[in-house]
Design a protein around this ligand. Structure first.
Ligand SMILES: C[S@@+](CC[C@H](N)C(=O)[O-])C[C@H]1O[C@@H](n2cnc3c(N)ncnc32)[C@H](O)[C@@H]1O
Length: 344
């Protein structure tokens, strides 16, 4: 029954770039005993600053496993509605299972949050008091071979969350060594970027299919050569850089921010959780420029970060930063976000 409701709601939104695959196909089954938990980060900090009330509506622009959505739905019970977006079908499927107890209050949409304005034209009954975007990958994007984001198993290097754009393999195949080095340096802050790029450039001619294992081995080799030791896997930063580039994560965030402020109700809050310095800088400077124009009030003078305890329990919260701004104007024209061009 919930499944019918779920599909009906997906069908309701007809004209916002929905394609046939936006309905979770019946054949889209998760493996039995699938571990579908993604621990939401900074939940106490988020809920204390956004102060949702019973009956408030909200938009979770990155529903993932539905962890934050669940907490929002609890706070806005019994009637608050939630719009839950995600580009990834697997995330939506997992969220739909985890949010089953809230059926009737949640509308799931398989779309990019960069299409928020179009979505809101169709979803006129949502009067959002909160729009949340928790950026970055869900746990399964990092651990499962189908996304090509894991160095634990040797799999194809795709990394796309959705079906559009170039795969990581296509980028590694076609970029010059200089361009690859810049990519790893800018998006991954990888100090050995130049040398890693050089090895990739040389070795890719020899290899028929570039895989996660192949890439992880190259990075590990360069790290070993320089005797660099660290807690996380040596390939973490290179994988992160490719993921950000493949999924246009910075451009998407820039497109999304003005749309989020336009979509939210007066005195509603836009909350962004980032995991990367470039994204955080973009949010911080955009919020600041809006605050200068008195269009918003910044509710997080300094970004909130996970407590020591949360970091111990959930290591992936280590780099999370939360920034929240409250909308103070209904007439302001929300300017475009300037994205720094890195020439990649
Ligand atoms: C970190 S997870 C969210 C986890 C979620 N807050 C929770 O508590 O379970 C981020 C999710 O955002 C999705 N995502 C990333 N970029 C997106 C975009 N531009 N539009 C919509 N969803 C996006 C990813 O597919 C992923 O499922």
């Amino acid at each position: 029954m919930f499944k019918n409701y779920f599909i009906k709601n997906l069908l309701k939104i007809k004209n916002c770039k929905l394609k046939i695959n936006t309905i979770i196909p019946n054949s889209y089954n998760l493996p039995p005993n699938y571990m579908w938990s993604h621990t939401p980060v900074l939940t106490n900090e988020l809920m204390s600053v956004v102060a949702l009330k019973s009956g408030d509506d909200a938009i979770d622009a990155t529903v993932g496993g539905g962890g934050h959505s669940k907490i929002i739905l609890e706070a806005t019970a019994p009637f608050g509605k939630l719009l839950a977006l995600d580009t990834d079908l697997k995330s939506l499927k997992i969220a739909s299972i985890n949010l089953k107890p809230y059926k009737g209050r949640v509308t799931f949409i398989n779309d990019n949050f960069t299409n928020l304005s179009g979505i809101m034209k169709k979803e006129k009954n949502i009067k959002a008091k909160l729009i949340l975007a928790d950026l970055g990958p869900a746990l399964w994007h990092l651990t499962e071979s189908e996304y090509g984001g894991s160095f634990m198993a040797d799999s194809s290097l795709d990394m796309r969350r959705g079906e559009e754009g170039k795969t990581a393999e296509q980028i590694l195949r076609t970029f010059s060594a200089e361009k690859l080095a810049k990519l790893f340096l800018v998006y991954g802050e990888e100090k050995l970027a130049g040398e890693i790029a050089g090895f990739i450039y040389q070795d890719r001619k020899r290899v028929k299919q570039l895989t996660t294992g192949w890439l992880a081995n190259i990075v590990s080799y360069v790290y070993k050569k320089h005797r660099v030791r660290q807690k996380s896997h040596p390939a973490t930063k290179v994988f992160q850089a490719l993921r950000i580039y493949v999924n246009r994560e910075l451009d998407n965030l820039a497109d999304f921010l003005p749309q989020a402020f336009a979509a939210i109700e007066f005195s509603g809050k836009v909350a962004i959780i980032t995991f990367h310095a470039l994204e955080d800088r973009l949010v911080k400077s955009y919020f600041k420029s809006l605050a200068r124009d008195k269009a918003v009030k910044i509710l997080t003078k300094h970004a909130f970060q996970a407590s020591y305890l949360e970091q111990r329990k959930n290591p992936s919260s280590r780099s999370a930063k939360l920034r929240v701004a409250e909308k103070l104007s209904s007439t302001f024209v929300w300017p475009k976000v300037e994205v720094q061009e890195f020439g990649i």
